[in-house]
Design a protein. Structure first.
Lengths: 322, 246
């Protein structure tokens, strides 16, 4: 009966979204009068999920699952859902969760609502509010199947420390070679760099920065803030920055706490992808730039003057506030 | 190689989004519909397979007759023929089951869909489809090559990328990166003329699961005015004391 939540980890450590989806699952469990069971893969400190409301953790340890594999993970989660009799499965909005959720939906014959921003607004039928039209609107989606999958938007629900420690049980899902028919050849991640999906702060540069050689100050600003770097579409199209940094409607979505846009005009496709960020700051020398209408704070001025000043000021601020 | 590209018909990216009928329906008034951008990248990659590896490329859309102009555009870009499944696409499960029904006996080696449609952002059709068909599946695909019966793909992951390999038949959820931006084609006159003569077969839907219903829509709350400042000191203080984000 319990709510099942898939908690993601990397190199054994839970990601922050693992705690957020567990907090979300707890809220759903309370509405439905049940408890939360988490499933984790090769994670350490499984008890810690208890803090966010998990009563039980099904801990999978399996060398074949060290690298994420959507089919195999989905199969394991489906088996856990069967075992627990879970009617609701909660996942995050990470690239991996979005990869496995539809496979899981097919396995469980479950309706799936992605990009959900709030606890269910009704439990019968189960109805969730989610972003749609690339953040230009919200949909209230009823999931009408017996089993249901909810994908929680990054950073939308937050963390709730409601519990204490969870009971950890080993769980060995039945997997066979066919579940590994998509094989990982190579994973290429820049070590020590915050990803746009996980970042609380994102610093983004546009065509106003004139050329790739001017990104040093953007990197510096990101570094003082512990932020990820991003860019507008033309910047990646021109090869100034890698494609993985392109944010917006056709790039990565951003839902950070703080988004700083530098030399970006604020085209509708750009705004669609970044507007889920809570606080937006714009630095642009054109007071008429459309982004100012979508921002919380702004400085009208030349990025080449403002950004270095901001970096210095933030260094001072950080030195005083550690 | 036989390829099927799944095309979803979506509002142009510049569209203003409004709702009608007591906020229960998307208002299509004045909205221009286009090939979903993620599908356009996939279609363009399919054209590469057609030119370089002699692939045959079909397209399929679940939709009523109003989607035909978008399908004709895909044919004008170079797809060989189209299949329209005559049903309103209300739900990801339903759409996947309709597509699976035309794909299962079609002898396709590769099914190219998009990571998500930019309208309802479901991101679920390709994954459900692959599962229903028992085909391999790679999502957020930014590069795809096929050598014999083996596909090598790169998928975007949070904070990097991953190269994977899988045997055909394969379904991908594609996105920007599959081709260069400059490879995207605007159909020329000859393409448009030829597209008129290409087969666009209409098939009736099968009974299928409806798993979700969008019962109501809402627009984001209007944004308050921006606070402008000309001092970085003030900005840092606002971010710390007011917004509490640093
Ligand atoms: C189908 C489609 C999908 C798209 N998807 C996306 C998407 O996902 N993401 C995206 O970003 N775009 C997308 N676009 C492109 C979008 O329409 C805009 O062209 C793009 O966002 C503009 O990028 P920009 O703001 O960096 O450049 P510009 O519009 O050229 O703006 C540069 C800005 O820099 C300012 N500036 C110049 N010099 C300085 C200075 N010294 N200091 C401070 N400011 C300065 C200028 O005032 C200007 O506002 C898409 C377009 C289409 C057609
Ligand atoms: N009505 C449809 N007809 C054909 N393909 C579709 C349809 N809806 C979605 N797709 C495909 O599935 C992908 C993901 O869509 P979605 O799951 O709706 O976000 C799209 O990019 C298309 O390739």
């Amino acid at each position: 009966m319990s709510i099942l939540v898939y908690t993601e980890s990397e190199n054994g450590k839970f990601k922050k979204n693992a705690f957020e989806v567990t907090s979300y699952a707890k809220a759903v469990a309370e509405q439905l009068g049940t408890s939360v069971t988490a499933i984790s893969f090769n994670a350490e400190e499984n008890e810690s999920l208890g803090t966010y409301g998990a009563e039980k953790v099904l801990a999978v340890s399996n060398d074949r699952l060290t690298t994420f594999n959507a089919e195999a993970y989905a199969k394991a989660i489906a088996e856990a859902a069967e075992k627990e009799g879970s009617q609701v499965v909660v996942v995050s909005s990470s690239a991996n969760s979005k990869y496995l959720a539809p496979i899981l939906a097919a396995k469980l014959k479950a309706g799936y609502a992605p990009n959900v921003v709030e606890a269910p607004s009704s439990t019968s039928p189960l109805t969730v509010k989610r972003t749609a039209f690339s953040n230009k609107g919200f949909a209230f989606t009823e999931i009408t199947t017996d089993r249901k999958i909810i994908g929680v938007s990054n950073n939308a629900f937050g963390l709730n420390e409601t519990g204490d420690t969870a009971n950890v049980e080993d769980f060995a899902p039945t997997l066979d070679d066919a579940d590994f028919s998509v094989t990982s050849v190579e994973v290429d991640k820049i070590a020590g760099k915050v990803s746009i999906a996980d970042a609380e702060i994102v610093v983004s540069g546009g065509r106003g920065l004139k050329g790739p050689e001017n990104w040093g100050m953007i990197e510096e600003l990101a570094e003082v803030l512990g932020a990820a770097t991003a860019c507008s579409k033309p910047v990646s199209d021109m090869g100034w920055r890698p494609h993985g940094e392109h944010v917006g409607q056709t790039g990565k979505p951003v839902a950070s706490n703080l988004y700083i846009a530098i030399g970006i005009s604020g085209a509708i496709q750009h705004l669609a992808g970044v507007s889920a960020s809570k606080t937006k700051v714009v630095i642009n020398n054109d007071p008429e730039a459309p982004f100012f209408k979508a921002a919380d704070y702004g400085i009208v001025g030349d990025a080449f003057e403002i950004v270095p000043q901001l970096v210095e000021k933030l260094k001072e601020f950080k030195a005083q506030n550690v | 190689m036989k390829i099927l590209v799944c095309i979803s018909n979506v509002p142009d990216t510049t569209s203003k989004i409004n709702f009608t009928d007591g906020d229960t329906k998307f208002d299509t008034n004045g909205v221009q519909f286009v090939i979903n951008p993620n599908d356009e990248f996939g279609l363009t990659r399919a054209m590469w397979f057609k030119e370089k590896q002699g692939a045959t490329v079909h397209i399929a859309t679940v939709g009523d007759a109003s989607v035909e102009p978008t399908m004709r555009k895909a044919l004008a870009i170079g797809a060989d023929e189209g299949i329209r499944i005559n049903a309103v696409p209300t739900d990801g499960f339903f759409v996947a089951e309709q597509l699976a029904n035309v794909i299962k006996d079609g002898g396709y080696d590769l099914v190219i869909a998009g990571r998500e449609s930019i309208d309802y952002n479901g991101g679920m059709v390709p994954g459900i489809l692959a599962s229903l068909l028992g085909m391999n599946f790679v999502n957020t695909c930014i590069s795809l090559e096929v050598d014999g019966s083996t596909a090598t793909a790169v998928r975007e992951i949070d904070g990097g990328k991953e190269k994977v390999q899988a045997e055909l038949p394969l379904v991908i959820g594609g996105q920007k990166g599959l081709v260069e931006e400059s490879d995207l084609k605007i159909p020329n006159m000859r393409g448009i003329m030829m597209a008129r003569k290409k087969a666009l077969n209409v098939v009736e839907p099968v009974d299928a699961t409806k798993a979700t219903v969008d019962s109501k829509f809402e627009k984001p709350a209007p944004k308050g005015a921006v606070k402008l400042t000309d001092s970085v000191d003030e900005l840092v203080s606002l971010l710390h004391n007011e917004a509490k984000v640093i």
